[in-house]
Write a protein that binds this ligand. Structure first.
Ligand code: MN
Length: 199
C-alpha cells in the first residue's frame, strides 16, 4: 500500500465520522487519535523537513526508513495511522473474493486469522503495530513492529494494520488491550484490505 505522499504533508480526511465506530472505538478516543496524535505527526514531519530541501522529494514510504530517528518516527506515525484509519469501517463486511480464498488457504478460516492477529497484538511489549501483509508470492503473513516502525516494503505489501499504542485504547478500555483488539476486529475494513492486494 503506497500513499504516494510528499512534503508538504497534509492530513488525510477521516473516511467516517469521529463517532462512527462507537462503542467499539469511542468518539473521544477517535478525536484524540486523529486530531491530536495523527495531526501531531503531520506537523512534526513538516517541521523536520522544512529546511531540508533535498528530503522534500522523498516519498513518505522511504522517509519511514531514514536513519534520522525523528524523521523516521514521524514519517512512520503518518504512514501507520493513514493505513490504520482506513483499516476500520462502520460498515463491517466479511472478507470476500480473492482475499477470502487467501485467508482460508493461509490461516484456515477468518476466525483463525482474527485469533492470530489478536495474539500478535497481545504479544507486543510497549507500543507497536500489528500488520496483515502479503509477501511477494501473494501469501498472507502477520507481522509486528515496534513504536512507529513500518514493515519491510521490499518484502511485504501491507493490507491492514492495528495500532497497539495505549493511546488507541486506554481512554475506552484502560489496560484491557484484549478487549480493544476484539472490538477493532469487529470494525475491520476487509474491503480496503482486499483493495490493497497487488492482484
Ligand atoms: Mn496511534
Amino acid at each position: 500500500m503506497s500513499f504516494d505522499k510528499y512534503y508538504p504533508f497534509t492530513a488525510m480526511e477521516l473516511p467516517y465520522e469521529l463517532n462512527a465506530l462507537d462503542p467499539n472505538i469511542s468518539e473521544y478516543t477517535m478525536y484524540f487519535h486523529y486530531d491530536k496524535h495523527y495531526m501531531g505527526y503531520i506537523d512534526k514531519l513538516n517541521k523536520l523537513l522544512e529546511n531540508r530541501p533535498l528530503m522534500q522529494n522523498i516519498p513518505l514510504e522511504t522517509l519511514t526508513k531514514m536513519e534520522d530517528e525523528a524523521i523516521r518516527g514521524n514519517a512512520g506515525g503518518v504512514y501507520n495511522h493513514e493505513l490504520y484509519f482506513r483499516s476500520l469501517t462502520p460498515n463491517y463486511k466479511k472478507p470476500a473474493g480473492q482475499l477470502a480464498g487467501q485467508i482460508e488457504k493461509d490461516f484456515g478460516s477468518l476466525e483463525a486469522l482474527e485469533e492470530k492477529l489478536a495474539d500478535a497484538g497481545m504479544g507486543i511489549t510497549g507500543s507497536g503495530w500489528v500488520w496483515l501483509a502479503e509477501d511477494t508470492n501473494g501469501n498472507l503473513e502477520i507481522l509486528t513492529t515496534k513504536n512507529q516502525e513500518t514493515i519491510d516494503f521490499d518484502k511485504y505489501n501491507p493490507l491492514m494494520n492495528i495500532d497497539v499504542w495505549e493511546h488507541a485504547y486506554y481512554l475506552d478500555r484502560q489496560n484491557r488491550r484484549d478487549k480493544y483488539l476484539n472490538a477493532v476486529l469487529q470494525k475491520a475494513n476487509w474491503l480496503n484490505a482486499r483493495n490493497n492486494m497487488t492482484e
